[in-house]
Ligand binder design. Structure first.
Ligand code: COA
Length: 425
């Protein structure tokens, strides 16, 4: 079976997390992703949060699978020559440098488009055009500026960032969609185009339900928020809603058996209207099925704290998996709070390739995420991340067709770095 993006060549000028997320996804689908890194140092994440001395960090390996690495100093004349050969040879250039950095290397959209009209130029920046367009941006800045932090956490606490990397990885996912869309459009027009994703915009796109609530506030209180049931007035912007469910079906995180010593002995429980009757039976409150104070979703809104306290008295008698089994039999929507330790050991996730073990020449075996998007006719496999400059020679020769003498000349000029040796795999 062929890979979906086989034959697509990506000039991967990305670093840290947002850009590499995008190109890793394309690589999982079979694109030939050529990661260009600075000789000697490479992507800064290779050396960040290192758990094993002198071994590429998990931060790097988990974002750069299925890629090839060429080291190239884009600020030298020879390095620039090689870069332009890559521009002419590849289908897509992906970058997430600080604003202006790509242009300072001489790679403006106009010049790229002139050199290779079919090339797609895909960029991540922190902000789109406007007040903050020149700012360097990292994950949590994007979460704050995109509306996530102001709407995450508890009403009486400070704004919170989330563990999901919606600013970096979230923007990378948006960018990947932009790239394949532009590739599709190119089949019609024959021309490349620019794809721009701002991290603020991507976070906001993921926070759209909070923008929805902002507008609903003009027409009255947000009745599904706990604060409504608690009689606390709303201000003029979407408040933090703790663990309330965002979909209008009240939900909370509830303690399960063992919560006193296990920080993840919790269950998310949704009191979906359609299954109110079995919920009442299970928790031992059959009268609530017909009691006018509890029988309808609207009637229940002022009593949500009382209702969830009662449900929690039931969940605390069961461990989260037992509770899941009992509730699932009645289609009551609920989910266990899974720790990373539990997820790492999850057999189903390993079977589907969502979690995979990878062998690395200097690290040994490690665990990583695989492609969460499954295509029926184009399966993707995860191969290890490249060592710094591992494929410099190979790319110069086989992709750019330099002769052996030219490769030596380029290497001797210091424009590229070659890897000395790779430990036996
Ligand atoms: N050869 C020579 N120079 C290279 C090079 C190479 N192969 N690769 C990068 N460089 C240079 C760039 O030309 C730039 O030089 P300049 O500033 O003199 O023009 C320099 O390295 C650094 O690039 P920069 O992007 O500014 O890195 P940084 O570490 O200072 O900033 C970010 C990191 C992430 C904050 C910044 O890149 C950024 O804001 N990116 C956009 C938003 C983003 O993606 N953020 C999330 C990251 S997960």
């Amino acid at each position: 079976m062929s890979k979906a993006l086989e034959g697509v060549k990506i000039l991967d000028f990305t670093h840290v997390q947002s850009g590499p997320t995008s190109t890793q996804l394309l690589a999982w689908f079979g694109a030939d992703v050529i990661k260009v890194e600075r000789p000697g140092a490479g992507d800064a994440t290779r050396a960040q949060l290192q758990d094993v001395p002198d071994v590429d960090s998990l931060y790097f390996t988990m974002l750069n699978h299925n890629k090839r690495s060429i080291t190239l100093d884009s600020k030298t004349a020879k390095g620039k020559d090689v870069l332009w050969r890559l521009v002419k040879e590849c289908d897509v250039l992906v970058e997430n440098f600080a604003p202006g950095a790509l242009a300072r290397m001489g790679l403006t959209w106009e010049k790229i488009h002139e050199a290779n009209p079919r090339m797609i130029l895909a960029s991540v920046k922190g902000f789109g055009p406007g007040r903050y367009e020149d700012c360097k941006v990292y994950e949590n800045v994007a979460q704050c500026a995109g509306g996530s932090a102001s709407t995450t956490g508890f009403r009486d606490g400070i704004p919170m960032v989330t563990g999901a990397q919606i600013g970096d990885s979230g923007t990378g996912l948006h960018l990947a969609l932009g790239i394949v869309t532009a590739l599709f459009h190119r089949t019609v027009t024959g021309l490349g185009q620019k794809v721009d994703c701002a991290m603020q915009d991507s976070v906001l796109n993921l926070c759209r339900v909070k923008l929805r609530d902002q507008q609903r506030l003009d027409h009255g209180p947000l009745t599904e928020y706990s604060q409504f049931g608690e009689g606390i007035p709303f201000g003029d912007s979407t408040p933090r809603a703790g663990n309330d469910s965002g979909g209008g079906q009240p939900g909370r995180i509830l303690k399960c058996k063992g919560w006193e010593h296990d920080p993840n002995a919790y269950l998310y429980f949704i009191t979906q209207a359609a299954v109110w009757a079995p919920i009442c039976d299970i928790i031992g409150e059959p009268d609530w099925k017909t009691d006018p104070g509890y029988a309808t979703p609207k009637a229940r809104l002022p009593h949500l704290n009382e209702i969830f306290t009662r449900i929690e008295a039931w969940t605390m008698k069961h461990d989260k998996f037992e509770a899941m089994d009992i509730l699932n039999a009645y289609d009551i929507p609920c989910g266990p709070i899974l720790s990373m330790k539990e997820i790492a050991a999850d057999e189903s996730l390993r079977k589907t390739g969502t979690i995979v073990e990878v062998e690395h020449p200097t690290r040994g075996t490690y665990l990583t995420v695989g492609n969460p998007i499954k295509l029926s006719a184009s399966p993707s496999e995860v191969t290890r991340s490249p060592l710094l400059g591992e494929h410099t020679d190979e790319i110069l020769r086989s992709v750019l067709k330099y002769t052996d003498a030219e490769v030596d000349e380029i290497a001797n000029s210091g424009a590229v770095g070659r890897i000395e040796k790779i430990a036996a795999e």
